[in-house]
Write a protein that binds this ligand. Structure first.
Ligand SMILES: C[S@@+](CC[C@H](N)C(=O)[O-])C[C@H]1O[C@@H](n2cnc3c(N)ncnc32)[C@H](O)[C@@H]1O
Length: 249
């Protein structure tokens, strides 16, 4: 990227809802951290190592974590997001920030046992099942004992997935290990299909609990939670997102 192109990078104006679109059509960044991201932000300064924010976008979690005194590695598949993020960080906090662009989990790496916490917020719902399993295994490898992983994803209980719900239920009854894979995003959310990747994977407690337990984590907290700040068509009944906190013993 030329210096001029880099200088012209700016965070897009927020939508009416406060959500900010990504530059690579990978959904939006939320205007404020959700309850599980907040738990990561609170844990980060006392974590047993540096903390990794996967899919950090423009810094919704990284910025408050740095403000709280943590050392953060901000990752994103789109380096432009990280350049914008860096410009949003006060100069005196930049020595505690490292930028690590690259595709998680397959194209970034960290020394085993070197991280204190990993946040994967609103990124895993773009992964197929095997990639979710590789992500959990990488988090387990990279974390130090006592380190924690924090995960947030969209659940099947969102207003825009009503038409998909019978498929989800019947797959679940049939024992499908990945009942929430939406192959046809355009049918699921025609309004936003253009700003989403081709695969969307609605996640629930059963899937996250199974995958992270199999990777060796002890689950501390796992629940569906409400997104009162989401646009009205995405909100449903207070179960719009799923969150997990798990510890490496
Ligand atoms: C929906 S946004 C979420 C941003 C923020 N974490 C939040 O909670 O609002 C997804 C972000 O993850 C990034 N991303 C998507 N797939 C990724 C991957 N495999 N590895 C790293 N970053 C990824 C996108 O570029 C985008 O910035």
């Amino acid at each position: 990227m030329t210096q001029a192109a880099e200088d012209s990078l700016a965070m897009p104006e927020p939508e009416e809802s406060g959500l900010v679109r990504t530059l690579n059509s990978m959904g939006t960044m939320t205007p404020a951290p959700d309850i599980f991201s907040r738990a990561f932000i609170d844990f980060a300064p006392k974590a047993p190592g540096r903390c990794l924010d996967i899919g950090a976008a423009y810094g919704v979690a990284t910025l408050p974590a740095l403000r709280g005194g943590a050392s953060i590695i901000a990752n994103d598949i789109d380096e432009r997001h990280l350049k914008i993020l860096l410009n949003r960080v006060p100069p005196e906090q930049r020595s505690r920030l490292e930028l690590a662009p690259g595709e998680f989990p397959d194209r970034i790496d960290f020394p085993a046992g070197s991280l204190g916490a990993v946040l994967i917020c609103r990124v895993m719902h773009f992964f197929d099942g095997p990639r979710i399993e590789r992500a959990a295994a990488k988090a387990m490898e990279w974390l130090a004992p006592g380190g924690k992983v924090f995960v947030v994803g969209e659940s099947p209980f969102i207003g825009t997935a009503k038409a998909f719900f019978p498929t989800y239920e019947s797959r679940q009854k049939a024992g499908n290990p990945w009942p929430g894979v939406v192959e046809n995003v355009a049918a699921h959310d025609p309004k936003r299909a253009g700003s989403l990747p081709g695969l969307f994977h609605l996640l629930d407690e059963r899937v996250l609990g199974r995958v992270f337990t199999a990777a060796g984590f002890e689950i501390e907290r796992l629940e569906l939670f409400p997104r009162p700040d989401y646009p009205a068509d995405i909100r449903l009944d207070g179960r719009e997102s799923v969150g997990l906190i798990a510890v490496k013993k």
